[in-house]
Write a protein that binds this ligand. Structure first.
Ligand SMILES: Cc1ncc(COP(=O)(O)O)c(C=O)c1O
Length: 347
């Protein structure tokens, strides 16, 4: 029997492989939404939605190039959108991009531009944005999704929120890594507007990140954190912020791998660390959902590589079992928690 699919069916199959991801109960006391089950990762949702909305509005013309700055996950989603809708895709990244992601991007037809120097004002992210601006000028009709400020990025997660509500019914606490701010803003807004109006949102950021007002510092972790101030971060939506360091995230990701098999990289480790702590310290019965943005494959040369971890001192020495309380003016150099001021917050 000929079981080959007609060619036209292939791209839509790829799109069907986005969304409807499973949730996993961990014996650390929380539910994990496994976004690594998407073909690329969590940002397949944002990439497809941003591209489809821009095409609908006529901002992205048929066949026009897409140009974006990414640390990898959005690039994979844009490559998918490019294949589906027939757009050349240019992704701008920095030397920290894992070789496996670079090769996957190229395999899916994306052109990868690597900036070589951080910008003196705004680090690697600003250097990437500067290159994006140059490419937009030089490529005719090109379109920039602007994942840091495009409202279609958070809006893309309405579907994820609906999936979570269907899977878990009531949710008391949502734990999200924060990079552009897209998924934390979009999921929390949709859950608060529907079945979980009293939802608490806990944001997980990287030490050295400027997202929540700290000075820029060195950042080893990718995915979460930023060296700019992304407009999509919904500051008023957060009840708590946790800054996590790379040694803490690595140990949590490795622990997950050995105990649950389901794991991921920097952001998954950091989110798991915080979700597990919340489960230990909140009243019994509190229902906690944590978003795991991707799976472990791209981190086998970093988080899961003993030599890499040893070279960065990530496996030796003690790490915090509980977060330190945030003190203004004191450097944040490891797991630290800040409870946000609820006064005057619009919900
Ligand atoms: C692996 C990973 N985790 C977390 C995030 C942060 O998600 P968001 O940009 O929606 O805040 C990203 C963003 O690129 C990511 O790639």
């Amino acid at each position: 029997m000929n079981n080959l699919l007609p060619v036209a069916a292939l791209p839509s199959l790829a799109a069907q492989a986005v969304g409807n991801t499973p949730v996993l109960w961990t014996d650390d006391g929380y539910w994990a939404k496994l976004e690594g089950f998407n073909v690329g990762g969590i940002k397949d949702r944002a990439a497809l939605h941003m591209v489809e909305q821009a095409r609908r509005r006529g901002e992205l013309r048929p066949g026009a190039p897409i140009v974006e700055s990414t640390s990898g996950t959005l690039g994979l989603g844009l490559a998918l959108a490019g294949v589906l809708h027939g757009h050349p895709v240019h992704v701008v990244t920095d030397p920290g991009l894992e070789p496996i992601v670079r090769r996957m991007l190229a395999a899916h037809g994306a052109q990868v531009h690597v900036v070589r120097e951080p910008s003196p004002h705004g680090g690697w992210q600003q250097a990437r944005m500067d290159r994006v601006a140059e490419l937009l000028l030089s490529l005719d009709g090109s379109w920039w999704p602007n994942q840091y400020g495009n409202p279609d990025n958070p809006d893309a997660y309405t579907g994820l929120a609906a999936e979570l509500s269907g899977q878990l019914d009531r949710i008391d606490v949502l734990v999200c890594a924060v990079g552009t701010g897209g998924h934390s803003a979009g999921i929390s807004r949709a859950l608060r507007a529907t079945g979980s109006p009293a939802l608490e949102l806990v944001g997980v950021d990287s030490v050295g990140s400027t997202v929540f007002g700290l000075p820029a510092g060195e950042r080893l972790m990718r995915g979460l954190g930023s060296s700019i101030h992304p407009g999509n971060v919904d500051h008023g939506a957060f009840d708590e912020i946790h800054w996590v360091g790379p040694a803490e995230a690595v140990r949590a990701a490795r622990r997950l791998a050995s105990r649950h098999f389901a794991t991921g990289g920097w952001s998954v480790g950091a989110v798991a660390l915080v979700a597990g702590w919340l489960a230990r310290t909140r009243p019994r019965g509190t229902r906690i959902a944590a978003v795991f943005p991707d799976g472990p494959q791209r981190y086998f040369d970093t988080v899961f590589n003993d030599e890499f971890c040893a070279a960065h001192g990530l496996l030796s020495g003690p790490v915090r079992e509980d977060p330190a309380g945030y003190e203004p003016g004191t450097p944040v150099d490891g797991w630290t928690r800040k409870v946000m001021d609820r006064a005057g917050r619009a919900r």
